[in-house]
Design a protein around this ligand. Structure first.
Ligand code: KG4
Ligand code: ZN
Length: 346
């Protein structure tokens, strides 16, 4: 089954073609980072306008790079949520139009589930059945959660952030240090030259059981707002003076606090559940320090570490088309009676 996937949940405009949920024939992405950079974050109105302008080109490119004709496409998969409403509407509208014109099924895909599926893309990736059950750390600009995956479509959220997402912690920290947007790649780069023990930042503290956690284990939940505040106070007391060494040490220390908070929760989850693997997905999974730390955590626990290829870590449409081709998502005609859902749950 050749699926055309469409992803417009946030600030990446993406289209891809994937065969049978695995073989990626084309993965086209237009990143709007340069458009949002001056504002220090994603501006929804700019994002949706840019999707309208760019999506037709991405879809055309995906079909032609896959060396297919329109009639070769067997189904259209699109992100229905979670994400920005005005952005989701653009992708779903285009997908509905294509499904109608080509007379093919339309498949509604959950963006977080697709991130988790991203470790199964390409022929050399593991086969899903062979690594079940596993624990997935989903870390992006909008989400931070630990999920127990017992099969495709079978998920138990073990923990999540009670405030900022890990990617937000990177972005907001970088903003305070004047490193530009998005902050994750900038901090990753600068931190390589720095000493992670130069400044001791809080590692997300110890959360207490509360109704806010919805019954989830506090030891598996995250909090990053205190870290951001700690950086703010640190900078107030120690203003940056243009020294590259100081910025390197500060970014390395700040990154270390985020990475240790994530790694510690992964270790705790692996102690509590008997699994075969630990997967880390989403834009923050590109972080080099996080990859290295989680390799240690997985080795210590005697489980495999599953990483998606760099081109499938941040938002992309291959993961959407892949998941749809693997038989997930609600499927129907172009009149599929499902609406976008900005708060869609896993
Ligand atoms: O998955 P993604 O593209 O979008 C969402 O679904 O949110 O993730 C974007 C996030 C941003 O916060 C960005 O700063 C972060 O991923 N990111 C990184 C790195 N590359 C991207 N964070 C840390 N280190 C990186 N190398
Ligand atoms: Zn995402």
């Amino acid at each position: 089954m050749r699926v055309l996937g469409i992803e417009t949940s946030c600030d990446e405009t993406a289209a891809a073609v994937v065969v049978d949920g695995r073989d990626v024939l084309a993965n086209c992405i237009f990143s709007q980072v340069a458009l949002h950079g001056p504002y220090g974050g994603v501006v929804p109105e700019i994002a949706s306008r840019s999707h309208v302008q760019t999506l037709p080109r991405m879809i055309d490119q995906a079909v032609s790079r896959a060396e297919l004709d329109w009639s070769d496409i067997d189904a259209i998969g699109a992100t229905f949520g979670p994400g920005l409403a005005s952005s989701l509407l653009v992708g779903v509208g285009a997908a509905r139009g294509l499904a109608q014109r080509l007379d093919r099924p339309l498949i509604a895909i959950n963006h977080i589930e697709a991130h988790i599926y991203s470790v199964f893309l390409d022929d050399d990736a593991p086969i899903p059945e062979e690594v079940m059950p596993f624990i997935a750390l989903v870390v992006s600009g909008g989400h931070t959660m630990l999920v127990l995956v017992t099969g495709l479509g079978q998920y138990e959220v073990l923990g999540r952030t009670v405030d900022d997402a890990a990617g937000e912690a990177f972005d907001k920290g970088a903003n305070l240090m004047d490193l530009g947007y998005p902050g994750g790649p900038a901090i990753d780069r600068t931190a390589k030259e720095g000493n992670p023990e130069a400044v001791r930042f809080p590692r997300g503290g110890r959360l207490k059981a509360s109704p806010m956690l919805g019954g989830m284990d506090p030891a598996l939940c995250f909090s990053f707002s205190g870290l951001k505040t700690a950086l703010l106070y640190y900078l107030r007391d120690h203003p940056l003076d243009g020294s590259e060494e100081v910025v390197a040490d500060l970014t390395a220390s700040y990154q270390e606090a985020i990475v240790e908070a994530l790694a510690g929760r992964c270790r705790a989850a692996l102690e509590r559940r008997e699994v075969q693997a630990l997967a880390v997905v989403g834009g923050v999974s590109l972080n080099s320090r996080l990859r290295a730390r989680l390799a240690d955590v997985a080795a210590d626990a005697g489980v495999r570490l599953l990483l998606s290829k760099p081109s499938y870590c941040a938002d992309n449409a291959a993961m959407i088309a892949g998941l749809a081709g693997a038989g997930r998502g609600k499927s129907g005609g172009s009149d599929l009676a499902i609406d976008i859902d900005p708060n869609m749950r896993l």
